[in-house]
Design a protein around this ligand. Structure first.
Ligand code: GLV
Ligand code: MN
Ligand code: MN
Length: 415
């Protein structure tokens, strides 16, 4: 058996990678058979580490290690076990596995913490199957919206039906919600998913805040026509209008320091010899603050309206996801910095997270903070090319453990 620590966490990432619905790649979505298998494996690993595991009513896999006495509020360590399509091996999974290693170190050292440690492998951070992200962490935070049970996957299976098929009772989802009084805070370790640490030659960072995001489905409608017979001055080409808007989205994002991504475009009817009468495209818009994100959207929207007016097109906007930016809790952030300092890094790098994380939802019920570790290959993520260095994982594990002890020292001083 691989000895506890970074090597074992990485070996377990490989084991989880084998739980996939995609031939030749990794895809593990909410409430799928692969999700059930990943939860079972994570529960086994938690049990081995000395935790008592269970699966909550949202499909999150949890484990608990009691503190100095039974029933104390818990410091929660976690991340997610679901993936995007054709995913990497570390986004989410590594954070859950490092949490298990930290809990095992605490148990083996015989340290009695002034709080319980709980680990959560969240069920759905990415939103791959049902479009809405953070379903597991919203249930945990008690911010589940009743109409989410009706969300449907691309095959038309509703979330409620999928939950029943998974062995859950959708009527009991509220029982997954945690009370603030039962929680000390939430810490998550995650790969950076960007190039900043690699470029700076640094292994770890403390996160200052998690970006706010809005996701929109945008439609430009014109008039379909014959590709040969429709003169340019009579065309109402929806795709060319959309293209102008898409290029401007990039310009506005670069200019405002926000991030706008058009990840999907479709033209209708889609014939080679037909002027497109309708174009639909998605927009994922993120920024460090909600104001920056919303101001960028106002500029995009007003540019699009002008383009459509000039070209005789219609513009329609449907927002299907919004998550506000979350500032990390100052005391927990200081604890993460202390953990990084304990590894010999006297001046921890501070980054805001451009990616979304379960902490955005968990922040509704308790303070959150995050530790980032460098990923290689230019920081690529949401890709099979995601890589991490074992030495960085070992340093991150030490820092994560150090952060837990720093939270404990502060908690003891204030209780
Ligand atoms: C989740 O990984 C996101 O930021 O989209
Ligand atoms: Mn992700
Ligand atoms: Mn993630």
């Amino acid at each position: 058996m691989t000895p506890p620590g970074a090597a074992r966490a990485l070996e377990r990432c490989e084991e989880l990678a084998a739980l996939t619905s995609m031939v030749g790649g990794i895809e593990r979505v909410h409430l799928s058979p692969e999700h059930a298998a990943a939860n079972a494996l994570a529960a086994d690993w938690m049990r081995e580490a000395g935790l008592a595991p269970w699966q909550d009513q949202a499909g999150n896999v949890c484990g608990r290690l009691e503190g100095a006495s039974p029933g104390l509020p818990a410091l929660v360590l976690g991340s997610h076990l679901d993936t995007v399509p054709d995913a990497g091996r570390y986004d989410g999974m590594l954070g859950v596995l490092l949490a298990i290693e930290v809990a095992e170190r605490v148990r083996r050292s015989g340290t009695s913490l002034p709080f319980a440690l709980e680990i959560v492998g969240f069920a759905d951070e990415e939103g791959t199957r049902f479009g809405t992200a953070l379903l597991g962490s919203h249930a945990f935070a008690g911010t589940w919206a009743a109409d989410w049970q009706a969300l449907a996957d691309p095959k038309g299976v509703s979330l409620g039906e999928a939950a029943r098929g998974f062995g859950l009772d959708p009527a009991t989802i509220a029982e997954a919600a945690r009370a603030p009084a039962d929680l000390v805070g939430y810490l998550e370790a995650h790969i950076e998913q960007g190039p900043h640490l690699e470029d700076a030659g640094r292994a770890l960072a403390v996160v200052s805040s998690i970006a706010g995001a809005r996701r929109l489905a945008l439609t430009v409608t014109g008039r379909a026509g014959h590709a040969g017979g429709t003169p340019y001055d009579r065309r109402r080409d929806a795709l060319v209008g959309a293209a102008e808007i898409i290029v401007e989205i990039e310009r506005i994002a670069v200019q405002t320091g926000t991030i706008g991504t058009v990840g999907g475009v479709r033209a209708f009817p889609g014939g080679v010899n037909v002027v497109p009468g309708r174009a639909r495209f998605s927009l994922d818009l993120r920024a460090e603050t909600d104001t920056a994100r919303d101001d960028a959207w106002d500029r995009i929207d007003s540019f699009a309206r002008k383009v459509c007016e000039r070209r005789g097109l219609q513009w329609a906007v449907e927002e299907f996801y919004r998550a506000d930016a979350v500032a990390c809790d100052p005391a927990l952030r200081t604890a993460v910095e202390a953990g990084i300092r304990a590894t010999g890094d006297e001046d921890p790098v501070v980054l805001w997270s451009r990616a979304g994380h379960d902490g955005m939802a968990v922040a509704a019920v308790t303070g959150v903070a995050m530790l980032f570790l460098r990923c290689g290959n230019g920081g690529v993520s949401h890709s099979p090319d995601e890589i991490v260095d074992e030495a960085d994982v070992a340093t991150a594990l030490d820092a994560f453990e150090g952060a837990v002890h720093a939270v404990a020292a502060r908690y003891e001083a204030h209780e």
